[in-house]
Design a protein around this ligand. Structure first.
Ligand SMILES: *[C@@H]1O[C@H](CO)[C@@H](O)[C@H](O)[C@H]1NC(C)=O
Ligand SMILES: *[C@@H]1O[C@H](CO)[C@@H](O)[C@H](O)[C@H]1NC(C)=O
Ligand SMILES: *[C@@H]1O[C@H](CO)[C@@H](O)[C@H](O)[C@H]1NC(C)=O
Ligand SMILES: *[C@@H]1O[C@H](CO)[C@@H](O)[C@H](O)[C@H]1NC(C)=O
Ligand SMILES: *[C@@H]1O[C@H](CO)[C@@H](O)[C@H](O)[C@H]1NC(C)=O
Ligand SMILES: *[C@@H]1O[C@H](CO)[C@@H](O)[C@H](O)[C@H]1NC(C)=O
Length: 301
């Protein structure tokens, strides 16, 4: 099995069950993050292991049609529960390839953990000997924030716009989307557009989705004020924003407004020359790649 190209950060970071934020740069890798249980292991060729091996392919195929599935295999005490979703904008082919890579990566990265979760770029996969969504408070309070190292030039203005955009997307994903998925754009400066994406696992109520995303959005100004991109990972919702398009804009966008309420974009602030912002964007992009290459030297063997 090929080694996944993966960002591996010190395992010590995973041990804290409290609400923690990891300040880590990331790049557009296959895998953004993963978590393994280390307190409950299964043994090779155990019943749990074979149930897990049965679960993963079934879970992937169950997920393809609607983009979300939960499934279990086996009987207690060896029952394995799985949950998976694909990002709302990806095709079935991309969904399938994301999940099958996620399966392989997770088995390799967490070779004996009874519980594990992985957040690749365009899907999410999780398994445990505990059923979903009987989430624990540890699950609810778990957040990982991986950010883009680039800074925006007008952070106060940016954070305000970001918060507004994420609020709008949260509202839509929780209450107006069958897939609990929403994407949207907002113009930050004339040459800079802010792109946001949110998604919840569909095994929860709209209110729970709303709560999960609201907590995630609330962490952003507290933890990464002024950063131009980040992914906020949780077990029941994901959130991401960037100043470049990172999703398929023709899926998950808001329905077009009625013609009577059409508005033109607000004029750019006179004090903010757009040329500067374009420069920053380019710098931060190569910054991400640089970090990526550094991280590769720590990849799993
Ligand atoms: C589970 O496995 C991990 C990794 O192999 C190990 O670090 C950990 O100590 C094990 N936990 C228990 C409870 O055996
Ligand atoms: C999951 O496995 C751990 C460790 O073996 C055990 O302590 C726990 O009770 C199990 N949970 C369930 C719901 O079976
Ligand atoms: C697990 O089962 C496989 C196939 O039956 C066998 O080749 C392998 O040696 C077993 N591993 C352990 C640790 O028992
Ligand atoms: C962003 O700002 C922080 C704090 O001011 C600084 O340490 C960091 O180097 C800046 N990053 C870039 C890419 O300029
Ligand atoms: C948020 O939604 C409101 C109401 O639909 C809209 O007026 C506003 O422009 C939206 N803001 C952003 C940043 O998307
Ligand atoms: C974006 O989504 C649309 C609608 O599903 C699809 O037709 C198009 O091929 C997708 N574009 C990309 C680049 O994946």
């Amino acid at each position: 099995m090929p080694s996944p190209l993966i960002l591996k950060l010190p395992q010590i970071l995973f041990l804290s069950a409290l609400f923690t934020t990891v300040y880590a740069p990331y790049w557009a890798s296959k895998t953004i993050w993963y978590e393994c249980s280390t307190d409950s292991n299964y043994t090779t060729n155990s019943t749990y292991h074979s149930n897990l091996n049965l679960l993963l392919p079934s879970l992937s195929s169950a997920t393809l049609s609607t983009g979300f599935a939960t499934l279990s295999k086996g009987q207690p005490p060896d029952q394995v529960f799985g949950l998976a979703f694909c990002r709302g904008d990806v095709s079935q082919d991309e969904c399938q390839s994301c999940l099958s890579t996620a399966d392989q990566d997770l088995l390799q990265l967490c070779p004996s953990g009874k519980s594990a979760a992985i957040w690749p770029e365009s899907c999410f996969l999780r398994y445990s000997n505990r059923s979903f969504p009987s989430s624990t408070s540890d699950d609810d309070s778990f957040r990982r924030i991986l950010y883009n190292g680039g800074n925006v030039s007008e952070p106060t203005k940016f954070e305000k716009l970001l918060s507004e955009l994420l609020n709008n997307l949260t509202e839509r994903a929780a209450y107006q989307s069958v897939r609990m998925f929403a994407t949207g754009e907002a113009e930050f400066m004339t040459s800079t557009t802010l792109y946001g994406l949110v998604q919840c696992t569909r095994d929860q109520s709209g209110d729970d989705c709303y709560r999960c995303l609201t907590v995630s959005a609330g962490e952003i100004p507290k933890s990464i004020w002024g950063k131009q991109g980040a992914a906020v990972l949780a077990y029941t919702c994901i959130m991401r924003f960037e100043i470049y398009p990172f999703y398929n804009e023709s899926v998950g966008a808001a329905p077009p407004p009625p013609p009577s309420t059409d508005t033109v974009s607000p004029p750019p602030e006179a004090s903010t020359p757009p040329v500067k912002e374009r420069g920053k964007y380019e710098i931060s992009k190569s910054f991400i790649l640089f970090i990526g290459e550094l991280s590769c030297s720590h990849s799993i063997t």
